[in-house]
Ligand binder design. Structure first.
Ligand code: GLA
Length: 384
């Protein structure tokens, strides 16, 4: 259930009292295909979710950003003159301060304000709870002042890379900004342009939360970024014009792969093929070819499992188990990896069975209760 604006206003007033706040909403996302391709300037294919982060903001007489998070059940305050020199605290407040700092650096003056944050996007699930906070906060701090949507996405990505310390690509922030009702967003991460693709009717997209997030997350992400760079350097021996894996066609890759050391070669193979799969999934969706869409999901999962090596036992189990159910067209891990969610394409009539069998068998094997989310393509960030 989406948090209704009235509920956020109530929470805000309960905490801060005073005036009616303005509300901003920014959604989480589920990526359909194209994983770890964004920082290689390839293609990605997310949909924005109904689950979103809400930021309620009201101007205040003081010189601080006074912030409270419902999920953390904690708050903090920072003087607006200290934001530019702030240091990360390694908790949720970094998303807020990181964004405020980027705005201040972009010469958007900060004003004293009370801010209440409530999010429905589960943290650590691979559904991009952090980008949802960043974008909601950016909109709230702007509070009506103009900034191009693409600039908001880029600013939030910078906050995450430079303040939070996660060298992520642009996908999550882009999806939170540009989400569209009834459509997936096919994003070109080099040109930073996109087109909307409607998905076939009679299709359920269900994310399954494995309820695990293995700690390797951020360090493995950095490692993958570095390994992709190493692959680019090896490929440059032969093709000096190559700047990123985006510049490497599948044909070029076959020609040079023997000259790339083994680990970077596997990483590059995943990135190059998954980026191609984004384009193929767009075509299959437009043709209404559910079997092909499903096959692309499975190929993508295998590629993450064996070449990018970012899956884990729980996630692999959820994928294999889902694929044993007839009319489950495809299943794959979504997001950064090492836990989080799978995303599944299935016929509406098997949804009940899908939920029942996965829940029972996952519980038996891992003693965990997975959570199921119906993923309905929803609009991007807005003032409510
Ligand atoms: C995380 C990052 C994204 C992207 C995905 C993997 O969600 O924030 O930029 O790299 O992992 O596709």
């Amino acid at each position: 259930m989406a948090l209704v604006p009235g509920e956020i206003v109530r929470l805000f007033r309960q905490h801060f009292g005073g005036a009616a706040p303005q509300i901003y909403r920014a959604p989480g996302r589920v990526n359909l295909i194209g994983e770890h391709t964004d920082y290689n300037l390839g293609f990605v294919f997310p949909i924005a979710l109904e689950m979103a982060c809400y930021a309620a903001i009201a101007p205040a007489a003081h010189d601080k950003l006074q912030v409270f998070s419902r999920e953390a059940n904690a708050g903090f305050a920072i003087n607006i003159n200290e934001v530019a020199e702030a240091k990360p605290m390694h908790n949720w407040s970094d998303y807020v301060v990181g964004v405020a700092r980027e705005l201040a650096r972009d010469a958007v003056p900060l004003k004293g304000a009370d801010i209440y944050i409530a999010s429905e996007v589960p943290a650590g699930s691979g559904l991009s709870s952090s980008a949802a906070i960043e974008v909601a906060i950016a909109m709230a701090l702007l509070d009506g002042r103009e900034l191009q949507p693409l600039e908001i996405a880029k600013l939030c990505q910078r906050a995450e890379g430079q303040f939070v310390g996660m060298p992520c690509g642009i996908m999550d922030q882009y999806a939170a900004v540009f989400g569209q009702k009834n459509a997936a967003i096919q994003i070109d991460c080099r040109s930073l342009t996109h087109n909307y693709v409607e998905l076939p009717p009679n299709l359920r997209i269900i994310a399954v939360n494995s309820m695990v997030k293995h700690e390797l997350g951020t360090s493995a992400y950095r490692e993958r970024v570095a390994e992709c760079r190493a692959a680019v350097e090896a490929i440059q021996q032969r093709y000096p014009e190559v700047q990123s894996l985006r510049d490497v066609t599948p044909e070029m890759f076959v020609e040079v792969e023997a000259q790339i050391p083994e680990i970077p070669r596997k990483r590059a193979r995943h990135v190059i093929t998954d980026s191609q799969r984004v384009l193929a999934l767009g075509k299959a969706a437009e043709a209404g070819d559910l079997a092909e869409m499903g096959q692309l999901f499975v190929d993508s999962h295998r590629s993450m499992q064996h070449d990018y090596e970012i899956t884990c036992a729980e996630i692999d189990f959820l994928v294999e188990r889902a694929l044993r159910i007839p009319a489950v067209y495809g299943a794959r891990m979504t997001g950064g990896g090492f836990g989080g969610c799978t995303v599944n394409l299935l016929a509406p009539e098997v949804e009940e069975r899908f939920r029942r069998e996965l829940a029972a068998d996952y519980k038996q094997k891992f003693n965990l209760d997975p959570i199921f989310y119906d993923c309905v393509p929803s609009p991007g960030a807005s003032r409510m």
